[in-house]
Design a protein around this ligand. Structure first.
Ligand SMILES: [Zn+2]
Length: 457
């Protein structure tokens, strides 16, 4: 019989009086007395345990048992071999599979190849499983309670916040705020990621094998976090206001989230570099035009499928820009922002919160037997519909961000020139439809009438 001796030094009370030498001598004596062949000592040191405890030799022991290199595991007690209930369960399950003998200096042998030994292992295993369940249950309750109180969850630091979220990290919070605004104005996630990487911002969470650089995907995940709007989530469900400061108002967050989760958003299609790429349409087939290759100093727009129309881009861009500036400079430009019944966001927010609370209460009532399953389902569906409507209204209020800056600017032309093409394109899309009409062959002069610009109502 080949025996492996497992020894563990720890700071617990037993460990103080039980030096590793004493453990080793007693275990070795047991191996000799039984006439077993000693294969190896496996020694772990728990004393430096700060945070996560790693026990490489316990893992090596498990591997040797699994690989059939050991028939017997010798230790002081079962608790000395296995630090946690989870380890205990692992050893017993593996031992059962392999017909292992577990031999304890303080305790009896457990021969897992016999029915009596397996029964003992089952009982110890069930006890270990129970311990794991109770602990898990306790942790789950604690997490639920923390969530209901709006406390910060434990775990790694969230980008934009200090570790305990009692404060914002100014540079990161400002970047997040700009990103929401940019997304609402039509910027791409990849563009935001590029900009963040360029300005030296680093993700606080990333795979160990990768540099903490931002990608379109990680920016999206970040912007979809309700915590940025001061909302606490638990298991991917919003549970109410958080105790930490918000980076953006709830309406901005909802508007961006609605946009980012819209299945019609063509994130994979690269948006062109020019003002009207994908925005202006062909006057023949009504498909969006594409910016064609640059010839000399100007780009062109052409019908992407059948080549119905082709037009000098710079001239069309210039015309459309002038129309936009003229429209936004008019005294009634403010009317464009949102409907006159601008929703009262505070009231909407309270309404949404009340609905969320009611949803929670329903689950409790059901658990306590005050509701039947079908009553619960009907009531939940109705509340969820109302909640979705309220959240949509809050999101609509956030769309002001697309045009707001331009309308309130003293000099619209100057403000227009200052924003990037992504945002300009979003403004055009919000204000008007642009259609490029075909012109006769050989027509050299630009005819403004061949660009049909219609305001969106
Ligand atoms: Zn066409």
């Amino acid at each position: 019989m080949r025996a492996g001796v497992y020894l563990r030094i720890s700071r617990d009370q037993l460990g103080d009086e039980l030096g590793v030498d004493r453990q080793r001598q007693d275990a070795d004596r047991l191996v000799t007395a039984r006439g077993w062949q000693l294969v190896d000592h496996y020694v772990d040191n728990d004393i430096s345990a700060a945070g996560k405890v790693r026990r490489p030799r316990f893992e090596a022991l498990m591997q040797d048992v699994e690989g059939g290199r050991l028939d017997v595991v010798v230790g002081w007690t079962l608790d000395r071999i296995c630090r946690t209930a989870r380890d205990r369960l692992r050893l017993l399950e593996l031992g059962r599979e392999r017909g292992l003998v577990i031999s304890l200096v303080r305790g009896s042998d457990m021969d897992l190849s016999t029915p009596a030994g397996r029964l003992a292992a089952d009982i110890l295993g069930a006890a270990a499983q129970h311990e794991i369940d109770v602990k898990g249950d306790r942790q789950r309750r604690a997490a639920e309670q923390a969530a209901a109180l709006g406390k910060a969850p434990s775990g790694p630091r969230a980008f934009g916040f200090t570790l305990d979220r009692s404060a914002l990290v100014p540079v990161e919070a400002a970047a997040i705020r700009d990103a929401y605004r940019a997304v609402l104005a039509g910027a791409t996630l990849a563009g935001i990621a590029r900009q963040w990487n360029g300005s030296g911002l680093r993700s606080s969470r990333h795979a160990a094998t990768e540099p903490p650089r931002w990608s379109a995907e990680t920016v999206k995940v970040l912007l979809l976090k309700a915590r940025n709007a001061g909302l606490r989530e638990h298991r991917d469900q919003e549970v109410g206001p958080a105790r930490w400061p918000a980076i953006v108002p709830e309406e901005t967050y909802r508007a961006a989230a609605a946009l980012l989760t819209d299945p019609n958003r063509r994130q994979s299609t690269p948006v062109g570099r020019y003002l009207l790429s994908g925005v202006a349409r062909c006057g023949v087939c009504n498909q969006p035009v594409q910016a064609g290759s640059r010839r000399g100093t100007y780009h062109s727009y052409r019908c992407r499928s059948l080549g119905h129309v082709a037009r000098r881009g710079d001239v069309v861009d210039d015309l459309v820009s002038k129309v936009v500036i003229a429209r936004l400079s008019r005294p009634d430009a403010r009317d464009l922002l949102v409907d006159h019944q601008l929703p009262d966001v505070e009231v909407l927010r309270e309404k949404a919160q009340a609905l969320r609370t009611r949803l929670d209460a329903l689950a409790t009532e059901f658990a306590e037997g005050e509701l039947t399953a079908s009553q619960l389902r009907i009531a939940t569906e109705r509340l969820r519909t109302n909640l979705a409507a309220a959240e949509r209204e809050i999101a609509d209020a956030g769309r002001v961000d697309v045009l707001g800056d331009l309308v309130s600017a003293g000099d619209v032309a100057e403000a227009w020139a200052a924003i990037d093409t992504d945002r300009q394109r979003a403004v055009v899309g919000a204000l008007m439809s642009v259609t490029l009409m075909p012109v006769g062959r050989g027509s050299r002069r630009f005819d403004p009438a061949s660009v049909r610009i219609e305001p969106l109502t």
